[in-house]
Design a protein around this ligand. Structure first.
Ligand code: UAG
Ligand code: ATP
Ligand code: API
Length: 481
């Protein structure tokens, strides 16, 4: 593609560069540059892409998009290189999201579950659907592994292009607050945007809850229709900030456009009656917990906003499977239960433990840690909640990343000083899981929190294989039970 075409509709100035030059590929990481590429220098949090312009040119970049450049550099100057990267990506792939009906889901918790449910409903309606989210990306049934909840703009546009090419009509994606602040979804217009909830997480990045909320509210300025959880305390603010009409849903307020009545919570799922102003349908979903009612309502709301009849959407939920690592039961031949759940923030911990408490006949054994290089202030809160809501706590390591796991554990345990239940600290997660299995008795429920679908443990930039399902299976193999 010609540089000029990549820059279409982007305000820029330029020096020492031929706008008609052919560009082989666009790169925002100098380490990936190959001869003939365009390098976009992004100012980041850890480092500044401008520092790598020399390296990119040495590796054969024929032009650079940046915010400032030294003399003689073949540079296109833009006011904001990160925003330009998203615009260039749109131009490079010819704005593929415009060929798809886009659905975006934001919220602290429930994004993965809700997007998965929406995909399931739309497929039941006969559509081919793409999915982008924490667990994996999908083009129809094809699974594409991912590192991020919402990929960088360039990868995102490339994915949309693959989806459109493969015949997808819809793309359902998780829109993280990071992605809204960091322009990853810039240039994407959503047919429907949905908000599940706002609770504490990611304060390392957003600093305040209000900034975190404002990040999420941006989704409703780039969507044609909104779907908002009226039960969330910030619902009014989200609705006030929205520039599109919004449908509201609620698990306990009749005032909502879509509400749930006669809610029944069971050990293996939930059921309720969903009602809009002109339709009513019975829903059962095989994922336990009150939050499953909210996720089901969010998914129904999105589909109704897209024009799917409520009865169709409700029927489809009856055949939806659970999501990997979300209240997932690990098969064991024992008289106690082992659950894996992705609870990694205070609200998730509280929700899953309350849910388990609701059906456990024996003790609730909570095993968890906290991620390194992430919101530190959530650690003691998670510790406190786990001790309050379980009968036995085992504190261990999650993904320590570049932090010392023992120091993370110290932060967690600081919130557990008043614990009335036993608290064991075992830093090695495998050993901690073995310990939980050692102490489990008939009817107990062990809840392994935080790692969910992840099959690795990230220590100092290296991902080591670790699958909690395999650890549980190894335990029984080794013990010969
Ligand atoms: C805070 C954040 O999101 N940071 C993302 C951001 O990093 P950054 O802009 O700070 O990049 P940087 O490392 O300072 O580097 C600046 C620039 O220099 C370039 N560079 C760097 C080194 C070099 O040798 N050459 C070079 O060109 C880099 O490629 C980059 O373009 O852009 C990078 C490139 O896309 C991302 O990898 C990085 O994600 C980091 C690793 C991350 O962990 N992000 C998490 C927090 C995140 O995004 N999470 C949300 C979901 C959370 C949820 O909902 O639970 C997500 O959507 O996944
Ligand atoms: N609607 C909800 N409200 C509160 N907690 C929820 C909700 N749905 C799920 N959870 C809890 O939060 C955990 C994460 O859920 P899920 O993966 O669906 O959220 P997410 O928004 O995709 O999170 P992330 O982007 O961080 O992966 C679940 O394992 C469960 O414990
Ligand atoms: N998307 C979340 C996932 C956290 C999962 C947990 N295992 C951790 O590492 O903290 C984040 O990046 O904060």
């Amino acid at each position: 593609m010609k540089l000029r075409d990549l820059l279409k509709d982007i305000p820029f100035t330029y020096t020492a560069v031929d706008l008609d030059i052919d560009i082989r590929e666009v790169r925002y990481d100098s380490r990936a540059v190959q001869p003939g590429d365009l390098f976009v220098a992004v100012r980041g949090f850890a480092t500044d892409g401008h520092a790598y312009i020399g390296m990119a040119l040495k590796k054969g970049a024929v032009a650079v998009v940046c915010e400032q450049a030294g003399k003689g550099i073949p540079a296109v100057i833009v006011p904001d290189a990160r925003a330009a990267l998203a615009d260039i990506a749109g131009n490079r792939f010819d704005h593929p999201s415009r060929k798809l009906t886009m659905v975006g889901v934001t919220g602290t918790n429930g994004k993965t579950t809700t997007t998965t449910l929406v995909k399931h409903i739309l497929e039941a309606e006969g559509h081919k659907v793409g999915l982008i989210g924490t667990n994996q990306n999908m083009i129809g049934d094809e699974v594409i592994p991912t590192e991020r909840t919402t990929p960088e703009s360039y990868e995102l546009q490339a994915l949309f292009a693959r989806m459109a090419e493969a015949g997808c009509t819809h793309c359902v994606m998780e829109v993280s607050s990071h992605s809204l602040v960091l322009d990853r979804v810039r240039g994407v217009r959503f047919a429907v945007g949905a908000f599940t909830n706002l609770t504490q997480d990611h304060l390392d990045f957003h600093k305040t809850m209000e900034a975190y909320r404002e990040a999420k509210a941006k989704l409703f300025t780039i969507s044609d229709k909104g779907v908002v959880n009226l039960d969330d305390p910030v619902a009014d603010k989200m609705l006030a900030d929205a520039t599109c009409p919004c449908l509201t849903f609620s698990a306990d307020k009749d005032a909502a456009d879509l509400s749930a009545k006669n809610i029944e919570l069971g050990a293996s799922g939930v059921s309720f009656v969903a009602a809009t102003r002109d339709a009513i349908a019975r829903v059962s979903l095989g994922i336990p917990g009150h939050f499953s009612v909210e996720n089901a309502l969010a998914a129904l709301g999105v589909c109704v906003a897209l024009g799917v009849p409520l009865e169709h959407a409700a029927r489809a939920l009856g055949t939806a499977h659970g999501v990997k690592g979300r209240a997932e039961v690990v098969p064991t031949d024992t008289d106690y239960t082992v659950l894996i759940d992705y609870a990694h923030a205070p609200d998730g911990v509280s929700n899953i433990l309350r849910t388990v408490r609701g059906f456990a006949k024996g003790r609730v054994i909570a095993l968890f840690g906290c991620g390194g290089d992430r919101d530190r202030t959530k650690r003691p809160i998670m510790g406190h909640l786990a001790a309050e809501l379980s009968d036995y706590c085992i504190v261990t390591s999650d993904n320590p990343r570049t932090e010392q796991p023992e120091a993370i554990i110290e932060d967690i345990v600081a919130g557990m000083k008043a614990a009335k239940v036993p608290v064991d600290v075992i830093c090695d997660r495998r050993a901690a899981i073995y310990h939980a299995l050692d102490i489990a008795q008939k009817d107990d429920v062990i809840v392994l929190m935080g790692k969910g679908h992840e099959t690795y443990q990230e220590i100092d930039h290296v991902k080591h294989h670790m699958d909690e399902r395999e650890i549980v299976a190894d335990y029984f193999k080794e013990k010969n039970v």
